[in-house]
Design a protein around this ligand. Sequence first.
Ligand SMILES: [Zn+2]
Ligand SMILES: [Zn+2]
Length: 165
Amino acid sequence: MTLPVSVLLRPLAELKEDEWAVAEITVNNYGEEPIKFLKIEVFGDIEMEKPLQIDALGPDELLSYQVRIRVLSADGVAVIKASKIEEGNVVEFMATTMRLPCISAKRTERKGFKKYAAYQEETCKHCQEKIYPGFLVVHCGCNAVFHHKCVQDFKCCPVCGRNWK
Ligand SMILES: [Zn+2]
Ligand SMILES: [Zn+2]
């Protein structure tokens, strides 16, 4: 059974690639039971500053919050996940994908890498430490994945040597 929750993300200003902007997130419980401890996260090509925690959402209740988001790739897709947490574990969740209109910051030249918020657990090919969902990552065209903080000053991929500039 999926969680009877719908989530809508609406920018409150024009979105520009790689810039933080304010957005409104609206969460609706369309089920018949109250939901306690709801966590809203955004993965993929949109980064949300921090996960949204909602202590209680009654049946038919609709709540709106202001959040800060950043579009990492103008033509990308965001994955929005709502999870019900009990004793620290996810007991039910729902995920939805959406695209937001965004102005591309760069020319349409192809880059050798992609930046996004991780949606699964991976290992950084630079420091060999874990990458957890929600971490900002750099994904090289060779399929190597890195923590963004590990390689943000690199001009080329430490695995395949491809130019990132
Ligand atoms: Zn790393
Ligand atoms: Zn590479």
